[in-house]
Write a protein that binds this ligand. Structure first.
Ligand code: GLU
Length: 286
């Protein structure tokens, strides 16, 4: 299989130094291994995605010296694919519709208890209020959740390989941790037709990604992705979670950090080599 990496930005704001690092690292790794670097636009959240941000992404990445094959995969064009993956999980009896809003979930979760995690990689751990509802009872205004207890029983739980410096090694999925520290994740969000987790596993498989290069903040979510891959019969890439680029106060950069937007550095006369130096990447040979 061809060594294949990807960069998967959401077009909801300007690319900053952290994105540049992630994209250039994935590109460098593909080049060093005689492989392919692919781009994917993660725009399932149509309430936040903007065409002008997507255009800016292409412009910034070209300016950084990156290239990728066409056509670019866009999540907004793949809703039938995500639906098929959901239907597969529903046919296995693993999904249910949930009508709880944030306030309902907080009220049902009750007071925090010592030693019981409240938040996991999919946000607040769901207390299970709607767990006995049937898929056929979905109103269209519901989110769809994965019944984690049933899912870990149905899956042939895999390990995944990690090559990033912080987490290097083989990581086995732990069923108890998935149940208690991750919980019933959302597979389909309201008005989106999918969720990040469901889309990313379908997309990585369909793009033939062999090495998923992304920020260390997504390491904890990887157990969700590998679980879904086992359930859906999809291959698991090797993961490479890289360090996060932080500001001078040690805070990780966010979309609203316009001060560190690539476009701003460009406007101020920086070169792509300057950007590589700023994020600690060796000079590009190309
Ligand atoms: N779209 C995600 C982000 O912008 C990246 C997801 C991934 O690389 O798996 O943070």
């Amino acid at each position: 299989m061809t060594f294949t990496t990807r960069f998967a930005p959401s077009p909801t704001g300007p690319l900053h130094l952290g994105h540049a690092y992630s994209a250039m690292l994935a590109h460098d790794m593909a080049v060093a291994n005689g492989g392919r670097f692919l781009l994917r636009i993660e725009d399932i959240d149509q309430s936040r995605a903007r065409p002008e941000w997507e255009a800016q992404i292409y412009e910034d990445l070209h300016w950084l010296g990156l290239s990728w094959p066409q056509p670019v995969m866009r999540q907004s064009e793949r809703l039938p694919r995500y639906r098929a993956a959901l239907d597969q999980l529903t046919a296995m009896g693993l999904t249910y519709p949930c009508c709880c809003n944030r306030a309902d979930i907080e009220a049902a979760a009750g007071a925090p208890q010592e030693g019981v995690p409240q938040f996991g990689p999919d946000g607040r751990i769901y207390p299970g209020t709607c767990r006995s509802r049937l898929p056929s009872e979905s109103t269209g205004r519901d989110v769809i959740r994965l019944n984690m207890e049933k899912a870990v029983r149905a899956a042939d739980l895999r390990s995944f390989s990690e090559t990033g410096p912080e987490f290097q090694g083989t990581h086995a999925l732990d069923p108890d941790e998935l149940i208690s520290a991750v919980g019933d994740i959302i597979l389909v969000r309201r008005n989106m037709g999918s969720s990040y987790h469901l889309s990313v596993v379908a997309d990585d498989a369909d793009q033939g990604i062999t090495h998923a290069v992304r920020g260390a903040d997504l390491f904890e979510a990887t157990q969700i992705h590998v679980l879904l891959q086992s359930l859906l019969g999809l291959p698991s890439p090797i993961y490479h979670h890289h360090r996060l680029i932080r500001d001078e106060n040690g805070k990780r950069l966010a979309k609203r950090d316009d001060a560190r937007a690539i476009a701003k550095y460009r406007a101020e006369g920086a070169t792509p080599q300057d950007i590589r130096e700023m994020v600690g990447l060796p000079p590009s040979s190309g």
